[in-house]
Design a protein around this ligand. Structure first.
Ligand code: NAD
Length: 438
């Protein structure tokens, strides 16, 4: 098989499919990325992926190329994992990369081929891509478009790809090879009991955005409640524990704090709203606007809290921001709440120093004007205020007594509600958090 687009999703999919025993060719238009992957180096941080990449490359099951001619000749099964970012000036998804990949690949194909889309796309895309493929394919050859949405989580991407929670395949009406081929591709997880759902194309596309909309809603729900907790003098973390024991609710994704970000949730809920509007179901998803607004308000609120904690003004204050990845175990800073807050603190006059175990290079590329320290210890030196913005284990495990020796003022804002508040206060810290009055 080939995997077209070798970013976070595609590189992981390619390596994990090779791990499952398949012969895989990863294809991307980014020469640097392909060069790096071909050398056995993963150009981003994903725990466990370098080992899988190296192992499968060494035995010759995984190769990389920038050539669509190679892709067309290599396999009859293709996975599409190119980016679908938010369009500039609109909420809708930008499908230019999906289209470009089809336009590059399909005219070169000979015989019968199947393309499984994995990118997250607006409902209706697969059908549109089938029409596009039909218009481009050589006479006598054929291409079937199916959709196989991806649910991997960055930080757990290898595990999620090799042993997924569920596999969803959307197939076209009428003659289709997609289910049979997918059963062969995913034989190993299917033998292991992974639920396998075959749907129509529209349902498969919607499953992915609906899942992300639900997760985003759950996070914004607790963050909205967190605002009320703050106003009422209650504690949102205890509240989340208490409601989380109800297994209809569940404690996961009820971590009140700085909110969600990354390359998926924000753009996916916006694209979902935009597409619902195009389909005439405008009112159905207006609540997602509120979900988005609650989420964005967290960042603003954090900056206000920091300002207050710094005595009313950030000008000239040394603020250390721990973390800039959008979540721990990732180097992804796309729409990262942590980096956004660091940037805002800096724009409001704070001397902002950032440290993240993995995301520094990506952050520096976006926000070159922040100070970047080589370690947490270096970042904390002389701080007037510390903001925990990404809940890396390294930060959760910090010893408050040791950290107190490094800073100028022992004031911390726990933006993720993950520190042991009592331990920090016992060590002499002024401890502040979103949604709690301590
Ligand atoms: N990152 C995740 O955790 C995740 C999880 C589930 C779904 N998704 C979805 O997967 C898709 C990809 O996300 P990502 O995070 O991997 O993005 P990414 O930006 O890391 O990777 C996209 C890759 O596609 C390549 N590309 C662009 N145009 C191309 C073309 N015409 N031919 C070949 N390659 C091309 C880019 O060079 C890039 O390497 C998106 O739709 C995203 O919503 C991502």
């Amino acid at each position: 098989m080939t995997v077209i687009g070798t970013g976070y999703l595609g590189a992981t999919h390619a390596a994990c499919m090779a791990e499952l025993g398949h012969e895989v060719l990863g294809v991307d238009v980014d020469e640097k990325k392909i060069e790096s992957l071909a050398k056995g180096e993963v150009p981003f941080f994903e725990p466990g992926l370098p080992e899988v990449l190296q192992r499968t490359s060494e035995v010759g099951r995984l190769r990389f190329s920038t050539s669509f001619e190679d892709a067309a000749a290599f396999a009859n099964v293709h996975f599409l994992g190119v980016g679908t970012p938010q369009q500039k000036g609109s909420y809708a998804a930008d499908l230019r990369y999906v289209r470009a990949a089809i336009e590059s690949l399909v005219p070169l194909l000979e015989g019968e081929h199947i393309i499984f889309g994995k990118s997250t796309v607006p409902v209706g895309t697969a059908e549109e891509m089938q029409r596009l493929a039909d218009s481009l394919v050589k006479p006598g050859s054929s291409v079937e478009i199916a959709w196989n949405p991806e649910f991997l989580r960055e930080g757990f991407a290898v595990r999620d790809t090799i042993t997924p929670d569920r596999i969803v395949v959307g197939v076209r009406p009428g003659a289709s090879q997609a289910e049979a081929v997918a059963r062969e591709v995913y034989a190993t997880p299917l033998e292991g009991g992974t639920p396998f759902l075959v749907t129509d194309l529209a349902t498969a596309e919607l499953v992915k955005v609906a899942a992300n909309a639900f997760l985003a809603t759950k996070i914004s729900f607790i963050n909205a409640v967190s605002e009320v907790c703050e106003a009422a003098g209650a504690d949102v973390t205890l509240l989340a524990d208490a409601i989380g024991y109800d297994d209809r609710i569940g404690r996961k994704f009820l971590g009140a704090g700085l909110g969600f970000g990354g390359g998926c949730l924000p753009k996916d809920i916006r694209a979902f709203m935009a597409r619902a509007g195009e389909l005439g179901a405008n009112e159905a998803l207006t609540f997602l606007r509120e979900v988005d607004a609650i989420n964005m308000r967290r960042r603003e609120h954090m900056v206000q809290l920091a300002k207050k904690a710094a005595g009313g003004s950030l000008i000239g204050k040394s603020v250390t921001v721990l973390g800039c990845a959008f979540k721990p175990n990732s180097d992804d800073v796309r729409d990262s709440p942590a980096l956004n807050v660091a940037g805002q603190l800096s724009l409001q006059g704070a001397q902002t120093t950032v440290y993240d175990p993995q995301a520094m290079d990506n952050a520096r590329a976006i926000f070159p004007t922040l100070n970047y320290a080589a370690s947490a210890k270096e970042a904390l030196q002389g701080a007037d205020l510390v903001v925990l913005a990404t809940e890396w284990r390294e930060f959760v495990d910090l010893d408050p007594a040791e950290v107190a020796k490094l800073v100028r003022n022992a004031v911390i804002i726990d933006g993720r509600n993950v520190l042991d508040a009592k331990a920090w206060m016992d060590a002499g810290w002024t401890y502040k958090a979103l949604g709690r009055s301590l």
